[in-house]
Design a protein around this ligand. Structure first.
Ligand code: C2E
Ligand code: CA
Ligand code: CA
Ligand code: CA
Length: 279
């Protein structure tokens, strides 16, 4: 029994060790991955909940790792935030998203906008607003085509500089979304003052929208409040037709989720835009 215990411990230590080595290897590789052009983007449609017409797309980064294959952001975004690589990755994502979007528009796409995730660390980097301006003009994009997704905690922390930058971006014509809305700490009364345009209601609220009366009431309250504050709403993570129907009844204008489409490669976006997705 003692021997078995020791074996388990040894295995545990080995696992722990290899997990640490793996993290360390990824962490080091992250810094070189931008220059090595190892990041790629997929795009997920954002649709009108009522008509299911595609109105925009969100760009989602993946790491095409030379040995480990296609890695989801869950494997590296947190590491990249810790070691600062997220700044370079985020800048590439912004430029590439706008380049791609401008190309679709030039080819006649009816897409209204592209939604781009921005990490707090990237947003707080000095010169962020100028980088957004540069990415817009380099790609020949109109500011109205760009929606930046930020987190609740960013809007609440460092209020002064962040709010000033948000105001500048909005004055230019760029819109701002709060991602994963409802999972943070912003009070609903504070929402009135926040320099933002769109709330993306987190998937966790949508998951239980049919089973839980409380959850339904909460989503309904957010949708109603948003409408009265002239904010747009996107419900995230819609997987089932009855969730869509419920959200449509509540008057939730926009949605995103596997029901409509998973994130797809750039070549598949034009066809998705043209189709009215069944569901
Ligand atoms: P997010 O911004 O909340 O993006 C939505 C995530 O939910 C995406 O995962 C998407 O594929 C997934 N999703 C969409 N619809 C459904 C659904 O119906 N069911 C389920 N189960 N999942 C759904 P993904 O692409 O793995 O991205 C994960 C997170 O990584 C993102 O969450 C975002 O926080 C972060 N991320 C992705 N790309 C970037 C980026 O370019 N920059 C930064 N800073 N973060 C990024
Ligand atoms: Ca997002
Ligand atoms: Ca989200
Ligand atoms: Ca999320």
């Amino acid at each position: 029994a003692k021997g078995a215990g020791k074996g388990t411990w040894q295995r545990y230590r080995n696992d722990l060790h290899s997990a640490m080595v793996e993290r360390l290897a990824l962490r080091t590789a992250l810094h070189e991955a931008v220059d090595a052009e190892q990041f790629v983007l997929q795009y997920q449609p954002i649709v009108d909940v009522r008509t299911q017409i595609v109105v925009g797309v969100e760009s989602l980064v993946r790491w095409q790792h030379p040995d480990r294959g296609l890695l989801s952001p869950y494997h590296f975004i947190e590491l990249a935030e810790e070691n600062g690589a997220i700044v370079g990755i985020g800048e590439w994502v912004l430029r590439e998203s706008l380049r791609q979007f401008a190309q679709w528009r030039a080819a006649g796409s009816t897409l209204r906008y592209i939604s781009v995730n921005v990490s707090a660390r990237q947003f707080r980097q000095p010169g962020f607003v100028d980088k957004v301006r540069a990415a817009l003009s380099e790609s020949g994009s109109r500011p109205e085509w760009l929606l930046l997704e930020i987190t609740e905690s960013l809007v609440l922390r460092d209020a002064e500089q962040v709010w000033a930058d948000l105001e500048t971006l909005r004055a230019v014509g760029v819109r701002i979304a709060i991602d994963d809305f409802g999972t943070g700490y912003s009070s609903l009364s504070y929402l009135r003052q926040m320099p933002v345009d769109v709330l993306k209601i987190d998937k966790s609220f949508i998951d239980d929208i049919l089973a839980s009366k409380q959850q339904r009431a909460l989503v309904n309250a957010i949708v109603t409040l948003a409408r009265n504050l002239d904010l747009t709403v996107v419900a995230e993570g819609i997987e089932h037709a009855d969730q869509r129907a419920m959200l449509a009844r509540m008057g939730c204008p926009y949605g995103q989720g596997y029901l409509f489409s998973r994130p797809v490669w750039p070549d598949d976006v034009p066809a998705l835009t043209a189709a009215i997705v069944a569901g």
